[in-house]
Design a protein around this ligand. Structure first.
Ligand code: CA
Length: 222
C-alpha cells in the first residue's frame, strides 16, 4: 500500500519512514501541512498518517479540507492522527474532523504498525483476517503465509504486491496501481518490477494465485 506520512519532526519522521518501508509499503513523507495538502491533491493513497502539530497548515485544517473536498480522490482515505500525550481536546477535534483513529506520541512502533494494519482491514471491509485459496493461507496481520500447511517466506516487495490484491479478492489492480504501492517519489522504478515480484509470488505459492486479466492487470480469485 501507499502511505502519506505528514510529520515535521525529522527524528520521528526518519524512524517512522524506515519502519513503514521495512513492512514493504511505499511511503511519501511531507514535513508541513501545505505539502500534505498538495500531495493529497495529486497522489493516490491508502492511508494518511497525520501529525496534528504541523507548520504552515496544521493537521486539523488539512484533515477538514480533505474530508470536505468532494473532488479529491483521497477524500475517504483512512486517517490516523498523531497527537501529544496531554492533548485530549486535540484528539477529540481530530476524530470529529474525520480521523479514523489516533495514536499518542511518543508511540511504540509496533503499536503504530498494528493500528495501520487494523485501519486498512477496516477500510477493506475485512472482518476475517485470513485469506484462503486452495492450499494457500495468508494472514495479513502477521504476514504468515502457508502452502499446504508449510510456512512460506515472501520478500517485503513480494508481500507489497500481494497485500493489496488479497485485501479485495476479485478486484483487478493495474500494473501501475501496484507500482504505486511499491514505490515512493524518490525511488527509480524499473519497467518490469511488478512482473518480477508477481513471478516471485507465483513461484512460491503456485501459478494460479495471482491471475492476469489481459490488458487490465492482476487479481486474486475470490
Ligand atoms: Ca509536529
Amino acid at each position: 500500500m501507499r502511505i502519506l506520512l505528514a510529520e515535521d519532526d525529522a527524528m520521528i519522521g526518519e524512524v517512522v519512514l524506515d519502519a513503514l518501508r521495512a513492512e514493504g509499503w511505499a511511503v511519501d513523507w511531507v514535513k508541513d501541512g501545505a505539502m500534505a495538502a498538495t500531495a493529497l491533491a495529486t497522489g493516490a493513497y491508502d492511508l494518511l498518517l497525520l501529525d496534528l502539530g504541523l507548520p504552515r497548515q496544521d493537521g486539523l485544517t488539512v484533515l477538514r479540507a480533505l474530508r470536505a473536498d468532494a473532488g479529491n480522490a483521497n477524500r475517504r482515505v483512512p486517517v490516523l492522527v498523531a497527537t501529544a500525550r496531554d492533548a485530549v481536546a486535540e484528539r477529540v477535534a481530530g476524530l470529529d474532523a474525520g480521523a479514523d483513529d489516533y495514536i499518542v506520541k511518543p508511540y511504540d512502533l509496533d503499536e503504530l504498525l498494528a493500528r495501520v494494519r487494523a485501519l486498512r482491514r477496516r477500510a477493506d471491509g475485512r472482518a476475517e483476517p485470513e485469506y484462503a485459496w486452495g492450499a494457500v493461507r495468508v494472514r495479513p496481520a502477521t504476514r504468515e503465509v502457508t502452502l499446504a500447511g508449510r510456512p512460506v517466506t515472501l520478500s517485503a516487495r513480494e508481500w507489497a504486491v500481494l497485500e493489496p490484491l488479497i485485501a479485495r479478492p476479485g478486484r483487478v489492480l493495474s500494473r501501475q496501481q501496484l507500482e504505486e504501492k511499491l514505490y515512493s517519489w524518490r525511488d527509480d522504478v524499473s519497467s518490469n518490477a511488478v512482473e518480477v515480484y508477481i513471478h516471485g509470488v507465483r513461484r512460491k505459492l503456485g501459478a494460479g494465485l495471482i491471475e492476469n486479466q489481459r490488458g487490465l492487470g492482476y487479481r486474486v480469485p475470490k
